[in-house]
Design a protein around this ligand. Sequence first.
Ligand SMILES: Nc1ncnc2c1ncn2[C@@H]1O[C@H](COP(=O)(O)OP(=O)(O)O)[C@@H](O)[C@H]1O
Ligand SMILES: [Mg+2]
Length: 293
Amino acid sequence: EVLAASRYAALATGVGVLVGRLAALSRARAGTARLAEVLAEPASAYGARELPSGPGRLELRGVTARRGGRTVLDGVDLTVPGGTTLAVVGRSGTGKSLLAEVAGRLADPDAGEVLLDGVPLRDLTHDALRRAVSYAFERPALFGATVEDALAFGLDRPPAHRVREAARTARADAFVRRLPRGYDTPLADAPRSGGESQRLGLARAFAHDGRLLILDDALSSLDTVTERQISRSLLTPGGPTRLLVAHRAATAAAADTVAWLDGGRLRAVGPHAELWREEEYRAVFGDAEAVTK
Ligand SMILES: Nc1ncnc2c1ncn2[C@@H]1O[C@H](COP(=O)(O)OP(=O)(O)O)[C@@H](O)[C@H]1O
Ligand SMILES: [Mg+2]
């Protein structure tokens, strides 16, 4: 009986090992398929030019971009003087995120050109481009072993004091300090709400000195007080050129200029106060805000 039992036990262990192996094999298969998708993406080609010194003047010339067989951006011409802030507003699905992608060369337009300080983005080396442009997103993907690593992530690692300063500007410092090991907390052990994620994403963008800062709905999950505080420090003159996709009237009002996108075309470009006279512009921000403003 002992012999039989031990035989059965051995058999069971054997099957267990086999099942484990099979599971690993099918995970590897799924992983390979996902990796193949990434590898199948055409690699971006970069140029050989460096950026001349300049204030970060951004220029879009006849930018047209198609997605899913549809023209999403249609001949957009736009100039953002160096060091100023442009808010991009418009109804959902109108091409704001695609405009933000194209402005910092996360995507290339199908026609037209984007220039930074007179140099087409396509002509820049990878490093020149990535050093010049910082992004923050609505739902940031954070990388790194610890919170500190996640905020410092980028081409060049900023010194710790810059990371702390950026976190304070993004109103992320206080909750990071409350984590079990503060900035050294493993990223996987740092629970965070949507708003906290956004603030970490903002801090990462602020920690890197570029000449163009692009925020795509990166303040959308913040309460109005925090959004206002961050907008205020964002808009101090002398910083990088800023392009903010905004969905709150207060943010648009704080920008130097507003670009109003409608159906992939620029409907109007001008100061918020001027555009606000138009009922359709007010409607972009929803009825609630139109009433209280
Ligand atoms: N990869 C894609 N494939 C198909 N359609 C897309 C893709 N990316 C964006 N679109 C479409 O382009 C339009 C503009 O999208 P987006 O720039 O995200 O709008 P917004 O940020 O203003 O809400 C939407 O209608 C969207 O469905
Ligand atoms: Mg969007």
